[in-house]
Write a protein that binds this ligand. Sequence first.
Ligand code: FES
Length: 182
Amino acid sequence: MLQPEREQITVAPDGGSEAEQPQWRQDFPIDWPQDNYIARRDFTKFLVLTSLAFTAGQIWIVVQNFFRARRGQSPIRLIAGVDEVPIGGTLMFTYPEQHDQCVLVRLDERSFIAYSRECTHLSCSVVPEPDKRRFFCPCHEGAFDIATGSPIAGPPRRPLARIKLEFRQGSIYAAGLDLRSL
Ligand code: FES
């Protein structure tokens, strides 16, 4: 038969047997060894649950990175001809899906840049204001620099996501999300 561990054996403070204890102690026994044993077991449970939560968090990050990498391999899609966008002008398009609103900006004769229109604060659509050299988010008055996508006013802290561009025979193509901008 298994013997209980020494530290799990309850011993009265006076060292006497249970029958020798006063009535009040028999009515309200305090079992310190068992209490300590349960406290250790609860602590072990806490450690195991914390480890599981940590592992789940790591797996979630890996899955997110996987999908981000896949977005980086998005299809190449025609946006417009170079001549269709005037210098200083903007052009709306969707990429990679029909509901993903984006905007192309022509900064000068040779410079184009494209962003997702999803505000990095709470995902409202930003509105280009090329005359003010910014994108404006009407939800909380956030603003982003039109040339870099960096936040310049309001609550947003991260830049707008950039869209990679490719140029072929006078046309501009969207060629994936620029992961460096995320
Ligand atoms: S959602 Fe754009 S500033 Fe809040």
